[in-house]
Design a protein around this ligand. Sequence first.
Ligand SMILES: Cc1cc2nc3c(=O)[nH]c(=O)nc-3n(C[C@H](O)[C@H](O)[C@H](O)COP(=O)(O)OP(=O)(O)OC[C@H]3O[C@@H](n4cnc5c(N)ncnc54)[C@H](O)[C@@H]3O)c2cc1C
Length: 294
Amino acid sequence: MPVPNDIVWESVIVGGGPAGLAAGLHLARAGYRALLVEQDRLGGQARLLGRIENYPGFPSGIDGRRLMDRWVRQARRWGLRTRRAQVRGVGRHGRGFVLRLQGGRLLRSRTVVYCPGAEFKGLGISGEGRLRGRGLFHAAFDRPSRWRGRTVVVAGGGEAAVHQALALARQARRVYLVCRAGSIKAHRLLCRRLGETARIVLILGATICRLQGRRRLEALEIAGRDGSLRLAADALFVLVGKVPAALPFSAGRLPPGFFVAGDASGDADRQVAVAAGSGIKAAMRCIDFLEDWI
Ligand SMILES: Cc1cc2nc3c(=O)[nH]c(=O)nc-3n(C[C@H](O)[C@H](O)[C@H](O)COP(=O)(O)OP(=O)(O)OC[C@H]3O[C@@H](n4cnc5c(N)ncnc54)[C@H](O)[C@@H]3O)c2cc1C
């Protein structure tokens, strides 16, 4: 398919999570022709969070979907255009960029703000791919009621895993939190809530070494210092870390006019407010770049 000649967009933003929406809002409000391309629903992972308690401005916390809906409304009010599509490739074209969308359509832009987030890491054991979505998940904030009265396992020992275990414990009969390290790495408030939630059983210094179940997950095997244990479980949530989405250019050699923001930037401080700040910062650098464009 031929590359369109006219440069339509001054900036194309890839990914409509907090980083992309903040960048898009900032660019659109500043008067630039910006298009945000999102493969799914706008709001990214933040949309799935049942309650965000640490985002400033909401003393009682706010539901992730409601927060993201506000961002979308604000961005659109300032003229941000959005399109639902997956970006399959980004390359250089003249002084700007060409983006290839799923289905083959091409977009041209002077700049790109790249915000596709980060992907969940797996456990690296056999059966994981086969059981993904069939009892094995990475997050369930949007539908915790599905696990009412069930036995579920969360793998991981960081804040996301504890957050997930606490959310599930509101509905599940029993939640096993299996952590490879000898202690949980979460802030004091989460640790206190963990200690106060009787339905959560903490298994420290242990690894999940086998998954059982043909069509869907039925049980898993855990190896610890004192031997191994078989746990029958309705679901396993794997929250053992994330890896930033791959960049279309090598990290040390990003071309001028290409900016990365949010979880995709590799910042270990993965928070909605941090992603928003990073998106705005990228938009500001993008504006500087566009102002120098002759
Ligand atoms: C379990 C869990 C609990 C959390 N709890 C909190 C919390 O309490 N407080 C807090 O502040 N943060 C929390 N976070 C972190 C927060 O959700 C993220 O840091 C934030 O959403 C990152 O924003 P982002 O825009 O960088 O990426 P994301 O929110 O991941 O958005 C990226 C978007 O890009 C889209 N995308 C990816 N590739 C493409 C492509 N090729 N084409 C088009 N679109 C694409 C994706 O569909 C997605 O919508 C939590 C995260 C998890 C997983």
